[in-house]
Design a protein around this ligand. Structure first.
Ligand SMILES: [Zn+2]
Length: 205
């Protein structure tokens, strides 16, 4: 055991954190492209974090669950389409209810600057373009990531939503890595099959 490493952003904010042990399989020149290195990890732990649209977290109504992104580090509540947060309609209960969720002065019902997170354990492919000189611009790298994602679904004859793509590292400029993983918790064998049938990807590009 041990040897757990982490990829992705480890600081607070939005993004995807990935923790995994040693790869169970590794391949070079993935899909026939020189320098593309791919590693398969089983039982990777993914932590998806959402700090809201402006990275200041959400305001959450503890009575009905209504939430909206906070705009700044201050405690000022956001407004949605000009409607102040404290006048929001309840999102649960009768659909015909058009009375505000809070009565006058009830703003102790809110949690401010809340960051959401969800854990997911699944099988994951890490593709590293560090040595793939032909793909090392941000636009090329992100385009390649989406191309692999779509081609993988076509090759495996599955809905594209059964495989998830994270280009968080590429977009943040943290590394030249991106991640494909089985959308179902526990892994459904798609990304493991993809690395096994990687030669067949070339003809789909
Ligand atoms: Zn509410």
């Amino acid at each position: 055991m041990g040897n757990r490493s982490r990829a992705g952003r480890s600081n607070a904010g939005s993004g995807l954190n990935v923790a995994f042990r040693n790869p169970v399989r590794t391949a070079e020149d993935f899909a026939g492209i020189a320098g593309v290195c791919v590693q398969l990890f089983e039982n990777a732990d993914l932590l998806a974090m959402n700090a809201g649209q402006y990275e200041f977290g959400f305001a959450l109504c503890t009575r009905c669950g209504f939430a909206d992104s906070m705009h700044s580090a201050t405690d000022d509540l956001p407004s949605l389409d000009g409607v102040p947060f404290r006048e929001h309609l309840p999102i649960t209960g009768k659909s015909s209810n058009n009375r505000p969720c809070w009565r006058h002065g009830e703003d102790e019902l809110v949690i401010r600057h809340l960051h959401f997170a969800a854990e997911h354990n699944t099988d994951l492919l890490q593709l590293d373009l560090e040595r793939a000189n032909s793909l090392r611009t941000p636009a090329m790298a992100v385009t390649f990531a989406h191309t692999v994602h779509l081609a993988a679904a076509e090759l495996l004859e599955v809905d594209v939503r059964e495989i998830s793509l994270s280009t968080e590292d590429l977009r943040q400029g943290n590394s030249w890595r991106f991640h494909l993983y089985d959308s179902d918790a526990g892994g459904s064998g798609h990304v493991a099959e993809l690395i096994a049938r990687r030669q067949n990807l070339e003809m789909l590009f």
